[in-house]
Design a protein around this ligand. Structure first.
Ligand SMILES: [Fe+2]
Length: 382
């Protein structure tokens, strides 16, 4: 029997607004060219009734860091770290990943600038060598209160493309860390410093915030607008933050920390992003709002894997099951179509004719989704 490698059949095909059970699709030159319901016209790759989802689009993952920086004061070989990260990302079903790289020095928190350059060079080497299975793009996380963030971004742009810029301010007392005491617990736990040392760091960071934050934010916004780079705000907490985001042309609200900020952002057309682990665990690890509550109110647009790549698939199947008003296609859009469009990508993100053939086979083992095969631009990569 002749089995076509460019035809996928006997799948539960998750389209943007419906599921075809069963359905099939045909691929040509890396693009989806035909979709059908029922039995395929010829024999192709038989998914045995498993789901076929669009490849996931990941906008904000910390996961590269955990491969490069696996223990305090340990740095792994950057290219080896990049390859391990890529393997985990693609196996989680992510076909397009925005690698989160931090710009702005934080020597006290153990993250010197040299990390940014080591990782960017390793990613470039892996891309040039054709070693990567997911498509890697760049999300620069810009700490606006640091003294050197503008220099770093300018230098970076001279050597590498930038696709998303997020505006972050992790100064104690701001946004994610509105409670300075909670920040101290976080910081001393992460860096093994004493409370007196933490107090001194708080003083220094407040001074940097006063000196730099608003001016750097303005300049970064102008830079992103001039270079047509998608902007994300980070940890918006108040109505004032959202007003500022709207004025700055922000497309994505990463992890708003209050219900108010999430609601105002969503209403203004800024896509609200929350973490997959937050959905799966039923709340935020740092005590902020629960993503599932936002989803119930129709305020959640994008799920990012944050610190666990496998949380994407788990989160969407859980949401579709737990929240009656959210269908599986709608939940899947939160990790595919919505992040693609928010980041300015129009050629992928949906199982639809004319879109890139980035897709994956998902088998449900009970309620745990298992990614069994992944295709990128029609080529099987897992
Ligand atoms: Fe944050």
């Amino acid at each position: 029997m002749n089995v076509r490698a460019d035809l996928i059949e006997n799948a539960r095909l998750v389209l943007p607004d419906q599921v075809l059970e069963p359905g099939w699709l045909a691929i040509h030159d890396g693009v989806i060219v035909e979709i059908g319901e029922g039995r395929a016209p010829e024999r192709g790759i038989d998914l045995g009734g498993d789901f076929l989802l669009p490849g996931f689009i990941e906008l904000h993952t910390d996961h590269l860091e955990s491969h490069f920086h696996p223990r305090p004061r340990v740095r792994w070989h950057p290219l080896s770290a990049v390859m391990a990260y890529d393997a985990q990302i693609i196996a989680a079903g992510v076909t397009t990943v925005f690698d989160s790289l931090r710009a702005g020095s934080d020597t006290e928190g153990g993250m010197p600038n040299s990390d940014l350059w080591s990782l960017a060079e390793a990613l470039d080497e892996a891309r040039d060598g054709g070693y990567l299975r997911a498509e890697h793009r760049t999300h620069l996380r810009c700490e606006v209160a640091t003294h050197d963030v503008l220099d770093e971004v300018t230098r970076f742009a001279g050597r590498f493309p930038i696709h998303v810029i997020s505006l972050m301010d992790h100064t104690p007392g701001q946004r994610q860390f509105r409670d300075v005491e909670l920040w101290k617990i976080y910081f001393t736990g992460k860096t093994a410093r004493t409370e007196a040392e933490a107090n001194a760091v708080v003083e220094r960071r407040l001074a940097l915030h006063q000196a730099n934050a608003s001016r750097h934010r303005r300049e970064l916004v102008a830079f992103a607008q001039a270079h047509d780079i998608a902007l994300a705000s980070h940890d918006d907490a108040t109505a004032e933050h959202v007003v500022e985001s709207i004025a700055d042309g922000v497309a994505i609200a990463e992890f708003p920390t209050t219900h108010e900020a999430a609601g105002l952002s969503h209403e203004a057309g800024i896509r609200v992003m929350m973490g997959g682990p937050n959905v799966v665990r039923g709340g935020s690890h740092s005590g902020n709002i629960a993503a599932e509550d936002l989803a119930r109110e129709g305020l959640l647009d994008i799920i990012s894997s944050d610190y666990v790549p496998a949380s994407l698939a788990m989160a969407v199947f859980m949401l579709a099951e737990r929240v009656e008003s959210i269908s599986l296609p709608e939940a899947v859009r939160m990790i595919t179509l919505n992040p693609a469009r928010a980041a300015g990508l129009h050629d992928r993100g949906a199982i639809a004719v004319g879109q890139r053939a980035d897709c994956l086979q998902v088998h449900l083992a009970g309620n745990v989704p298992i990614v069994r095969r992944v295709w990128r631009q029609g080529g099987q990569v897992v």
